[in-house]
Design a protein around this ligand. Structure first.
Ligand SMILES: Nc1ncnc2c1ncn2[C@@H]1O[C@H](COP(=O)(O)OP(=O)(O)OP(=O)(O)O)[C@@H](O)[C@H]1O
Ligand SMILES: *[C@@H]1O[C@H](CO)[C@@H](O)[C@H](O)[C@H]1NC(C)=O
Ligand SMILES: *[C@@H]1O[C@H](CO)[C@@H](O)[C@H](O)[C@H]1NC(C)=O
Ligand SMILES: CC(=O)N[C@H]1CO[C@H](CO)[C@@H](O)[C@@H]1O
Length: 361
């Protein structure tokens, strides 16, 4: 072979190799890594490879759709940062606005167990609980899809702590929540919690707090973070019943070492939340009394009630117009019952809901 032949041969070989390589790469990239599972709202009847949905408006949620809806997880669409990953606002093809929680690669293992729990949560439907709409997994990408809560977290409204990371469209509150709105929020959380506690297999939330209460467009409260966090923490093993929670909201028996979470633990945290909503004070911050002594939110409230100064307990930013002392007293009394030191003396959520229903707003 002369040099020209060798050169032509080499170039051809190279070209062929490149074409094969590029072609193979394309095929590799286009190949769905794992067929994306798409879940509708009725997760109970869906198995891993399935893609059936029983809600026509949510025919399928696939990872491909989520990628497109979030513009490939565009940082501009981030609305929150949770312990298991970033949360994005997205509009699905059918126009429904959702919150997509992208799970980090090491968020959990044990997919099958995780799924069993997801299916349980997917079946939960209550006007005061944030609905889980679906779960998608494709390769290393995993995401949970929840309904979008337009007014964000309750704590941001109570304490005015909107930060720059929060969606610009969700402008900082200029007006504080009114008493009527607060009462409605309290009633909503109570009713969601009552529902959870009374399922055939009761679910204990374990972390009731203002940052786990989201608000919809009309300021109706919905409890968030039901089960998912604890499921992920346990890498998909059964939903833990271990005691836990957040300082300020944690019942004394958990602090003293009780190992099992109970419905009465949730009742305590709910009572603290009621105080926080009514007073606008953070439960994990000390209250400084007139004499300069620091005390807890519970002790301060009790002290003020004892001194017949109940109206001074209420958030100074709530309009006093039409605010009846008698109604305020009822709210504080229920909160006090819920935060009784002895778990046995705390009411069940059923009773709390009934008592709250007796308060007009
Ligand atoms: N459904 C939703 N609608 C609107 N915003 C949401 C929704 N879900 C979450 N967010 C926002 O994203 C943030 C992070 O949510 P996420 O539930 O992942 O974490 P978290 O509750 O802050 O933390 P953790 O996972 O430790 O409980 C929330 O604080 C909230 O601001
Ligand atoms: C609150 O009151 C109880 C008893 O009335 C007391 O044991 C506790 O130390 C008080 N807490 C604070 C923070 O003052
Ligand atoms: C009332 O709200 C304003 C902001 O809207 C805040 O600056 C002020 O500190 C609040 N007052 C009280 C007593 O909470
Ligand atoms: C609409 C759709 O994608 N349907 C598919 C769901 O998955 C089954 C296999 O599990 C396919 O046969 C369907 O075509």
């Amino acid at each position: 072979m002369d040099r020209t032949t060798v050169a032509i041969f080499s170039v051809t070989a190279c070209c062929v190799f490149i074409i094969i390589f590029v072609g193979a790469s394309c095929i590799w990239w286009r190949r769905p890594r794992t067929s994306p599972i798409s879940l509708g709202s009725d997760l109970s009847s869906v198995s891993i490879e399935d893609n059936v949905s029983f809600e026509p408006s949510l025919d399928r949620i696939s990872m491909a759709e989520l990628l497109e809806a979030t513009r490939n997880f565009d940082p501009e669409l981030i609305i929150g940062d949770g312990s298991f990953g970033l949360v994005y606002k997205a509009t699905l093809f059918n126009g429904l606005t959702v919150a997509v929680k992208r799970l980090g690669p090491d968020a959990f293992q044990g997919f099958r167990e995780f799924r069993a729990e997801l299916e349980t949560l997917g079946k939960i439907r209550h006007p005061n609980i944030v609905r889980l709409l679906g779960y998608c997994e494709s390769g290393f990408k995993r995401a949970l899809v929840h309904e979008f809560m337009a007014k964000g977290r309750l704590d941001q409204w109570l304490h005015g702590t909107f930060s720059l990371e929060d969606d610009g469209a969700r402008s900082p509150p200029r007006t504080r929540l009114s008493w009527v709105t607060r009462l409605n929020i309290i009633k909503g959380v109570a009713s969601g919690l009552f529902y959870m506690h009374n399922l055939d297999t009761p679910i204990i939330h374990r972390d009731i707090k203002a940052s786990n209460v989201l608000l919809d467009l009309n300021f109706n409260a919905r409890i968030a973070d039901f089960g998912i966090a604890r499921m992920i923490e346990n890498s998909g093993t059964h939903a833990s019943t271990e005691a836990g929670g957040t300082m300020g909201y944690m019942p004394p028996e958990y602090i003293q070492g009780a190992t099992m979470a109970t419905v009465k633990g949730d009742v305590y945290s709910f009572g603290i939340l009621m105080l926080e909503v009514a007073t606008g004070r953070r439960p994990n911050w000390p209250v400084i009394m007139e004499d300069g002594i620091e005390t807890s939110l519970i002790n301060w409230t009790a002290e003020m009630v004892a001194q017949n100064k109940i109206m001074q307990v209420i958030d100074a930013n709530i309009s006093r117009e039409g605010l009846k002392e008698e109604e305020v007293a009822k709210v504080i009394r229920i909160a006090t019952m819920c935060t009784t030191t002895s778990p046995r003396q705390r009411p069940e959520m059923k009773e709390v809901v009934e008592l709250l229903a007796g308060i007009s707003s």
